[in-house]
Design a protein around this ligand. Structure first.
Ligand SMILES: *Cc1c(COP(=O)(O)O)cnc(C)c1O
Length: 215
């Protein structure tokens, strides 16, 4: 079933869109089914769970941290994480830089933008993003690379609200990419809204329940 789901979704994705299989809460046996079907990028939202799965699984997997990251836990993933989606402060970016330096790595990061109406979702607004990118602290970080932006739309069935939020994120992304050529990745879209996200310019979709079933 998992292999079938991955094939169906991949057949639906344009070639420039990367699929992150969101495997949070799912057992390693199910991730291995996805792996056997060719999937090599997995997204997790808890650092400890991701580290446990990293230990148990093949080493050619790219692990993406898609959840909110606590500063004091960065050290547990700094040796192996390949992309951190949810970075929403300079303080966190500085900690990732420090931990990456210990492993002589450069860790790719996405800055999370607040686009939804809900108060609860993390992220920066455009002014905060601009301040961060313009700061000397940011410019001096050598062991992180901000490669783009990530956002989550409001949890609603109203497609026009979601489309509006995705359009907003895409236009912020385009303004940033014009100034920062290393901005290549726009992570937006989940099981319920990834087709819409792609039509709005997403280059990376994070899909969980449509691959692994409900959590
Ligand atoms: C859980 C999660 C997803 C996947 O959600 P589905 O609706 O199961 O596809 C995507 N992005 C983030 C940040 C998540 O936490």
């Amino acid at each position: 079933m998992i292999a079938q789901n991955i094939q169906t979704i991949k057949a639906d994705l344009p070639p420039h869109v990367t699929l992150v299989a969101v495997s949070k809460t799912k057992p390693v046996a199910q991730l291995m089914e996805a792996y056997a079907a060719g999937q090599r990028i997995f997204g997790e939202n808890k650092i400890q769970e991701m580290a446990d799965k990293f230990e148990q699984m093949p080493k050619d997997i790219h692990w993406h941290m898609i959840g909110h990251v606590q500063t004091n836990k960065v050290k547990y993933m700094a040796s192996f994480v390949s992309l951190i989606h949810g970075v929403d402060s300079l303080k966190l970016l500085a900690e990732i830089d420090k931990q990456a330096a210990k492993h002589e790595r450069v860790i790719d990061c996405l800055l999370q933008m607040h686009i939804a109406q809900e108060e609860t979702k993390f992220g920066l607004d455009e002014a905060e993003l601009q301040n961060l990118l313009d700061s000397d602290t940011y410019r001096n970080l050598k062991n992180i690379k901000v490669v783009g932006l990530m956002g989550m739309a409001t949890f609603t069935d109203n497609q026009s609200i979601i489309k509006n939020e995705f359009d907003t994120l895409k236009s912020i992304f385009d303004r940033c990419a014009a100034q920062h050529p290393q901005f290549q990745v726009l992570s937006m879209g989940m099981s319920g809204d990834y087709q819409l996200a792609i039509s709005c310019g997403s280059t990376m979709v994070r899909i969980g329940s449509s691959i692994f079933g409900n959590r």
